[in-house]
Design a protein around this ligand. Sequence first.
Ligand SMILES: *Cc1c(COP(=O)(O)O)cnc(C)c1O
Length: 446
Amino acid sequence: MSADTLEAVITQERKVVTEIPGPKSREIHERRKAVIPPGVGTVFPIYVDRAHDSIVVDVDGNQLIDVCGGIGVMTIGHTDEAVLDAAREQMGKVTHTLFTMNAYEPYVRVAELLAEAVPSDETYKTLLMNSGAEAVENGVKIARKYTGRPGVAVLECAYHGRTMLTSSMNHKGAPYAYGYGPRAGDIYRAPNSYPLHDGLSGEEAAKRTIARLEKTAGAGDLACLIVEPIQGEGGFVVPAEGYLPALYTWCKENGIVFIADEVQAGMARTGTMFSIEQFGVKPDLVLSAKGIAGGFPLSGVTGRAEIMDKSLPGGLGGTFSGNPVSCAAAIAVFEQIDSLNLLDEAKRIERVFGDGLCQLQSEFDAIAEVRGKGAMLAIEITKPGTLEPDADRVQAIIDYAGKNGVILLAAGLYNQVIRFLPSLKMTDALIEDVLSVLREAFAATA
Ligand SMILES: *Cc1c(COP(=O)(O)O)cnc(C)c1O
C-alpha cells in the first residue's frame, strides 16, 4: 500500500474496536512465545499491521495513538510519503555494494547534511553505521585512537546500547549486562546532574562529576566522556544550566574527547537538530541513530576532522554500514525537517503537550516533575509528597492507556518516569486526546 492510500485509510484518530490486545494479537503472541526467547522482551503485546503519522493500526483493527514511535525513531511520523518515495526510488537502483568496496553518492550526502547539522563551523566528518550501539562503539574506538588512552567516562542513569561494550556502559546492570560478563573494562561512572533529586546548580553538579572522575579514572587516562545531553532511558533528565559547558571545558583542558550521544535526543526532536545546541556546547563527536532515517537502520558518528582522520583505512566500517536505501531515506528526513518546519513543530508540541502535562501535575500530586524539551517530554511519578519512585503507578497508568488505545513507555532507573516521544507531526487534537486518557488513567489508578 502506498503512503497516499495509507493516509486515506488511516485517519488520525484513536479507535478501539476490540479488547486490547485483541484476539488476533493474542493468537500471534502465543505463536511468538514458542519461537522467540523472552530475552527479546514484550513491552506491549499488540501486533502492528500498518501505521501512518501518529496512528498505529493493529491486526485487530484498533487505531492506537503512538506516543512512543519505536522509542523515538518515528520523529517524522510513520510512513512519511517523501521518505518512502526516496527509499523506493533507491531500491529500484541499487540496494547494496558495501560503501568501502564501491561507493555511492547518498552516503556522501548524509555526511554533508550531518556536518551542517552540528552546531559548529569547524570541519566535521562522518562514519555511518547501522545502530545506535554501533555508533557508540565507534565513537569510543575513534576517541581511543585519537588520544592513545583507554578510559571511557560515563554518567549515572546513562544508556548506550546492548553490545558487549555498550552494555557495560549502561547504568542498569540488570537486564543489560547481568550474567553476560566479563564486562568491558576501563569504564568509569560518575554522578550526573539530576536537578529534581540533587538540587545542585550546573556548576556544583559538574564539580561533583569531575571530582569523581579525577579520583577514580584520572583525567590523563580518559579517552572520552560520553554524555546524553538529555538522558533517554535514564528518564529524560535535563541537566542543570551550565553543567554540560563545565564538563566540556574540563574535557578540553585535559585532552578528553567530549562525545554527545544524541541517539535519542537528536534529529530535530527537541527543537534543534541536535539537543546539545541548546546547551551551548560544540561537541567533539556527535552520535546519531534512532530518528535519522524514518525507521530504516542507520547511525552516524560525526566528529571534528582531526579526530576522525586518525583511523587507518579499513579500521572503521562494516558490511551493511551506511546502506544506500537507509541513506536515501535519511536525506528525505533532512529535507522534510526543513520543508515541513519540523523544528517549529517540536516547539509547538513542547507548548501544547508540555502545558497539558503541567495542568495534570496541578491535578495529581503523584507527578513530581514535568520536564524535557520539544517532543521529548516526561513526567516523574512518585509517592505523593515524597521523591520516592512509584513504578507500580507508572505501570498501572501505562497499562490503562494501552487498553484505551494510547501507546506509552516508561523510563528512569526505577521505571518511575513516563516518557513521551510523539512524532513531530502529531496534531494538537491527538495530543489533547492523549492528555484526556492520561487524566482518566491517573484518576483510575489513584
Ligand atoms: C537507543 C539508544 C542507544 C542504542 O541504540 P540502538 O540502535 O538500540 O543500538 C544508544 N544511546 C542512546 C542515548 C539511546 O537512546
